[in-house]
Design a protein. Structure first.
Length: 145
């Protein structure tokens, strides 16, 4: 089934499922990379929530530590694959904001080990993870440099 072409300013749609946003084509492949990226982000934050919650409750859950470690590891891989896929698909290259986001995700990878080994840092990690996530989101939305 082919849809008729229509134009509403910045967005164009035709039957072949291509979107054009400010002279950049946005195909379903790019949407797939974005979905992979967001799934990875959700997995990383899920792992942090589990580990920080475990620390705040004072429980030594070995199974939870293992599950959170696996979830965060897979999530970080998905974040990197989805992020680099989007950069390549949309033709951004490797701008400064992407470098800062890459550093933030490496920091997340290190902080998961801290959350596992230092339960006494649960409250600072709670707020630190939130601030780092907000910073990463702001960089992706506004692309300041």
């Amino acid at each position: 089934m082919v849809f008729q072409f229509f134009d509403c300013g910045h967005f164009k749609f035709s039957g072949n499922c291509f979107f054009e946003i400010e002279k950049r084509e946005f195909s379903l492949d790019a949407l797939f990379y974005k979905l992979i990226h967001l799934l990875g982000v959700l997995m990383v934050f899920l792992a942090f929530g589990g580990l920080i919650g475990r620390s705040l409750l004072g429980v030594d859950g070995v199974r939870l530590k293992k599950l959170a470690g696996i979830t965060s590891g897979i999530g970080l891989i998905l974040v990197l694959v989805g992020g680099f896929g989007l950069l390549g698909k949309l033709g951004y290259g490797f701008p400064g904001w992407a470098v800062v986001k890459l550093v933030i995700w490496f920091v997340f990878g290190g902080l998961i080990a801290v959350a596992n080994r230092k339960p006494s840092l649960a409250i600072p990690l709670w707020w630190g993870v939130l601030v780092l996530g907000l910073l990463a989101a702001c960089l992706a939305l506004w692309k300041p440099f």
